[in-house]
Design a protein around this ligand. Structure first.
Ligand code: ADP
Ligand code: ZN
Length: 628
């Protein structure tokens, strides 16, 4: 290469670097990239194809939005989530970007209007539903645009929708190869938060991305604190009370999601929380569509709303400040758990994933699986998935480590934030106890539930014991040295570990699994976790408070200026009919509170304040600061 060419290349790359950072700052208000963003943006901006695997909250949108702004022409974003398009476009408009969407929710006039703007090259980013994109009229329109103002890129969001194994399969996604065939010169970027290897391989194959560069991020969510507590560890506390104690001590004013398994439980829990003074709403597929939309809208647009929901809720919810996700019932798998808890803390601020579970859940989940109509192969897979989840629940090591290991990623552990790291769990030699527990199942004929089994072990004189003459058994009263909650914990762990199975024919009574034999004979050691007593009014430990306060979140809860800033944000949001986080994210508001900028120039240094927002809202927030 001649010197002059070499110099010009260096010059060009420095120039483009400057303009990349400049645009990042001017439009988005950020001064640095996160993780792999910079490499991705540079690769796509210079015309390369990319496959991006990044967890929820990792910052995927910027990876295609910024290159779309930096390249000539309009960026076309394919997205399957109609509900989300509106939000994304509103957010871009707030940043001063000329964006629009095209989907079936619009009438003919609107569609025509946007099409005209597209043809004239007035738009920078357009979101389209896959069915629209594949219409021959739309493809012809794209031909014309490519001849004229040009197409900057194609972004294929939620790329895992090409996979028929996932639950979000969209057949139209498979036809998206037409983009590559028809517009080979336009770069494509496919993005997903689903990381498993088979899905990744399928995306590459189905979208013909063999030559795309892969950008794989860590799937760790360091700002999420995972915690699993046991139901009934204290007999005086119900799961609801445990939930309320958790909310009271850590989320008195926060938005969050409470997941339940059944519609009935969703409604009951929402009702109960409401009666206790919480701003809680139900959401499940059985509710009238109008009510569902209304509740979702309130969750997004108001602050501090708790959504009690089945898993029907969550897909396409990208509210950044969901501060907690609570599970009152077990999720179905680790994948489900990761996805559901992943809806917390998209903004990177501290968030909690809290779950309470007990023996009853383990038994009923196993029963549900066994009694379903699914073919035996499928049941076997589901059983394995549930086992992995139960292993996670019962694990005594760092939750981040256990979770990531399941997805094939190494994590050093000792996150210092999860329950197991904050209060290390003791294990105890339960060999003898397990032997007693299993033998009690055997002696009673392998058909009774745990309540009765524990009564036998504790030597209680109940009518049922009389009825079956169980006071004459050798196991009657041999377990008096161990408390009722601890026996319950032993049984839970034995069921979770697969040593005991629930017998459907015997109405969920427990029977011995093949694997229990060595333990029954005392030939193998059993070590179990020592459950801590759950106290109804559990207060946040000092260490936990410390890590929240470090992020500057909890400290501000009582600060009047914080409330004044939030009130201003809500006022501006209501004026425009958008959710408050589209005006400024909590993290930006927090920085305004801490930095107290005294001028527009100082305000422009705050992360999340780009040119457009500075002009529109700078003065309003400066006034709030001055008034104090
Ligand atoms: P994903 O689509 O991967 O779930 P988003 O694109 O919604 O993630 O981004 C998650 C959050 O991170 C958003 O609040 C976004 O504004 C913020 N974010 C993204 N990139 C940056 C950055 N470079 N600096 C600061 N915040 C960022
Ligand atoms: Zn940990």
């Amino acid at each position: 290469m001649r010197l002059i060419e070499c110099l010009s290349e260096v010059y060009n790359s420095t120039m483009s670097n400057i303009s990349v950072l400049q645009t990042l700052h001017d439009v988005f208000g950020y001064s640095t990239f996160r993780g792999e963003q910079q490499a991705i943006v540079e690769h796509v901006t210079t015309g390369g194809d990319a496959l991006v695997l990044m967890p929820t909250g990792g910052g995927k949108s910027l990876c295609y939005q910024l290159p779309a702004l930096l390249r000539e022409g309009v960026g076309i974003v394919v997205s399957p989530l109609i509900a989300l398009m509106q939000d994304q476009v509103d957010a871009l408009k707030q940043l001063g970007v000329r964006a629009a969407f095209l989907n079936s929710s619009q009438d003919a006039d609107e569609t025509r209007d946007i099409t005209v703007q597209l043809m004239r090259g007035h738009l920078q980013i357009v979101y389209v539903a896959p069915e629209r994109l594949l219409m021959s009229s739309f493809l012809s329109l794209l031909d014309e645009i490519e001849q004229g103002a040009g197409i900057a890129l194609f972004a294929i969001d939620e790329a895992h929708c090409v996979s028929q194994w996932g639950h979000d399969f969209r057949p139209e996604y498979r036809k998206l190869t037409v983009l590559h065939e028809r517009f080979p010169q336009v770069p494509r970027i496919a993005l997903t938060a689903t990381a498993d290897a088979p899905t990744r391989a399928e995306i590459i194959e189905r979208l013909q991305l063999e030559n795309a560069r892969q950008f794989v991020s860590s799937f760790d969510r360091p700002n999420i604190k995972y915690r699993v507590t046991q139901k009934g560890a204290s007999q005086k506390t119900s799961a609801r009370q445990q939930l309320e104690a958790f909310l009271e001590s850590e989320h008195a004013n926060d938005a969050g999601i409470v997941y339940c398994l059944s519609r009935k439980k969703v409604e009951e829990t929402a009702e109960w929380l409401k009666s206790r003074g919480w701003d809680a709403l139900p959401y499940h597929a059985g509710l009238d569509a109008r009510v569902r939309n209304l509740n979702q809208r309130r969750f997004l647009r108001e602050e501090g709303v708790i959504m009690v929901a089945t898993v029907a809720f969550g897909m396409g919810i990208d509210k950044p400040n969901v501060r907690f996700v609570a599970h009152l019932d077990l999720p179905k798998s680790m994948e489900g758990y990761y996805q559901e808890t992943g809806r917390a803390g998209r903004d990177g601020l501290p968030a909690n994933a809290w779950m309470t579970y007990g023996l009853g859940d383990v038994v009923s989940m196993r029963k549900m699986l066994d009694s379903g109509d699914a073919p035996e192969e499928r049941k076997a897979v589901e059983r394995q998935k549930l086992d992995a989840l139960l292993g996670f629940c019962e694990s005594t090591i760092c939750r981040h480590q256990t979770l990531l290991r399941y997805f094939g990623e190494q994590h050093p552990g000792d996150c210092g934030q999860c329950d197991n790291c904050l209060s290390p769990v003791d294990t105890w030699d339960a060999t003898q106890a397990a032997q007693m527990a299993l033998s009690c199942v055997y002696r009673t004929g392998q058909r009774f539930g745990v309540v009765h089994l524990i009564d036998v072990l504790l030597g209680r004189n109940t009518p049922k014991i009389q009825q079956f003459s169980h006071q004459n058994l050798s196991t009657f009263g041999i377990g008096k040295g161990i408390s009722q909650p601890q026996w319950s914990s032993v049984y839970r762990q034995l069921v979770a570990g697969g040593y005991l199975e629930s017998d459907i024919e015997a109405f969920g009574g427990l029977k011995l699994a093949e694997s229990a034999k060595p333990f029954l004979k005392g030939e193998a050691e059993v070590w179990l976790r020592q459950d801590s007593e759950v106290v109804a009014t559990r207060k946040v430990s000092k260490a936990e408070r410390g890590s929240r306060a470090k992020e500057g979140y909890e400290e501000v809860a009582d600060d009047p200026l914080w409330h004044a800033l939030k009130a201003k944000r809500m006022e501006l949001a209501k004026e425009q009919g958008v959710p408050p986080y589209l005006i400024f994210h909590d993290s930006t508001l927090l920085e305004i509170l801490n930095q107290k900028p005294g001028s527009l120039t100082e305000m422009s240094q705050i992360s999340g304040v780009g040119q457009a927002k500075l002009e529109r809202y700078g003065d309003a927030f400066l006034e709030v600061l001055e008034d104090r």
